[in-house]
Design a binder for this molecule. Sequence first.
Ligand SMILES: NC(=O)c1ccc[n+]([C@@H]2O[C@H](COP(=O)([O-])OP(=O)(O)OC[C@H]3O[C@@H](n4cnc5c(N)ncnc54)[C@H](O)[C@@H]3O)[C@@H](O)[C@H]2O)c1
Length: 259
Amino acid sequence: MSTKQGRLSSKTAIITGAASGIGKGTALLFAEEGANLILVDISEDKLNEVAAEIRELGGSCEVVCGSVGLMKTAEEAVALAVSTYGKLDILFNNAGIMPVGDILDYAEETWDQVLQVNLKSMFLMCKKAIPEMLKANGGSIINTSSVMANLTEPGYTAYSASKAGIIGLTKEIAVSYTEKGIRCNSIAPGWVETDMNVKLADSMGGMDKLYPIIKQQQPLGRMATTREVAYAVLFLASDESIVVSGSHLAIDGAASAAI
Ligand SMILES: NC(=O)c1ccc[n+]([C@@H]2O[C@H](COP(=O)([O-])OP(=O)(O)OC[C@H]3O[C@@H](n4cnc5c(N)ncnc54)[C@H](O)[C@@H]3O)[C@@H](O)[C@H]2O)c1
């Protein structure tokens, strides 16, 4: 793939939730910047479509179809990175789900599922990725949290808890491994144009119902595009952010600065 600036040339990256939204947008940008990719998602058809798009553009990628909540998926993704590209430099833990509901109606199984997909997945992936990053003399881990880790509203019981947990896990990995060359940061997107918000709008009766809320909450006045979020992830993944570790980066059009 013809690179723009080659900001990730010779790097190997795993991206989870790569079949759509922020993960897909980041996969396309990383490929343009010269990275070799392992794309992970539970949605097989969409994952293969993204892989085909990247290969058509001249990029290099392999896919792992499975749930990020399972150790087997983490093992497979890291092993594939090493067997195909010889090393692992970047891990973008991004897959997530957002079932909403009041705590009194919220099923215990749904709570467990959200914590498993949104938070435990990152523990599993990091457990398998860090030893390979140590062999490669360093790496960058980026975990997708959310503006809803710190600011929430009724109904986001498990989602907000999982996204707040990601901040703690990120800081712990950063203090344990930065000295060894592995940086770890979390990102906190606000409203982003993805399927997750299309589903939310559908549950509210359409985008017309959701958009006034977005305009009120996010001073930018619109949703971010996945490409705009991907540029922030690219910065954290690349060596340009070599002294940035343990940070929690707002990518939210000033949503978290507003009263
Ligand atoms: N869209 C937003 O406004 C927004 C805001 C803040 C944070 N986020 C976070 O960004 C991340 C990406 O979300 P998105 O908005 O791009 O949504 P999305 O629904 O477009 O993408 C999420 C991807 O994760 C995959 N996925 C879901 N469960 C999985 C599992 N068990 N194993 C593997 N893959 C799985 C889905 O198949 C999908 O491809 C999530 O962690 C989400 O919480 C999104």
